[in-house]
Design a protein around this ligand. Sequence first.
Ligand code: PMV
Length: 328
Amino acid sequence: MITKQDIVDKILVGHMEQPTATAEAFAPSNIALCKYWGKRDVELNLPVTSSLSISLGKLGSRCRLSFCNERDQVILNGEELANDSTFVVRLSQYLDLFRKEQHSRYRIETENTIPTAAGFASSASGFASIVIALNKLHGWNLPDQKLSILARLGSGSASRSLWQGFVEWHVGEDDEQGMDSFAEPLQASTWPELKIGLLVLEAGEKEIGSRAAMHRTVETSQLYKSWPEKVNQDMAKLKQAIATKDFDHLGATAESNALTMHATMMAAQPPVLYWLPQSVTTMKKVWQCRHEGLPLYFTMDAGPNIKLLFLEKDKSTIINKFPSLVIA
Ligand code: PMV
């Protein structure tokens, strides 16, 4: 079996180490309009389908990386984390892929500008910012596609967090090594009037992480069979909606894509249901707004929180209706 380490070694071959003392990076969070849900290779985070996201501007993760001596040190939002915390263990395992004898440990200072583990994809921006910082710290000078693959090995959705704007993560055809499964910005596509807002309904840790929920869905959900076809259709619709700046088409497609993803997980055994009563109340409120003529749509990831999609011109109306909205 091909391992993550094999892929990292393949990517780094021929890239000289030219280390600096410290490196800093920022990566934006991203929200998928067409979701990544399901892996065809769990070790390499190779997806079953392509996916398409929009980045969250200033909301994301900042990372400052340097080498240190005895053990990895992780400082998250100003606080040093215990070495046995889930986050440090996961990060250290990831960093194991890159260690060189003379620089064997890292000090990682990272700050999230969005709630961690609340379904706002902080792992995506977290891993992406670490990959950018690693590239600078070691002086590898890797091209973006390779950085995207390295971020993918940390967390699938991190492959899309290296850029602002619309980003497509290609499913790729290389089932053995996954060297063609990377993300890149959607060509010639900016849409400054399109806004995304975050509604934090519950900021605590989730009962089940996306990794386990995804795995369970793929293995046990009858509805998962129809997911790849749904993604194919939605990818085409979203690209068309972006090209023609058709907001209703984009919003309706993204909302339907998210609801279908949640339907596949609810049909898993045991079922995965991230929704809280307030998630449902919020969805119904969005539908009521739309019924009254306001162009407003939502999307949701592996958590109970809701992201609203709307246009700049409706911003103040929407803030009035959803006062706690955090706009990216
Ligand atoms: O990258 P992961 O393993 O955290 O999975 C993310 C999955 C979703 O957020 C639900 C969908 C997506 O495409 O971001």
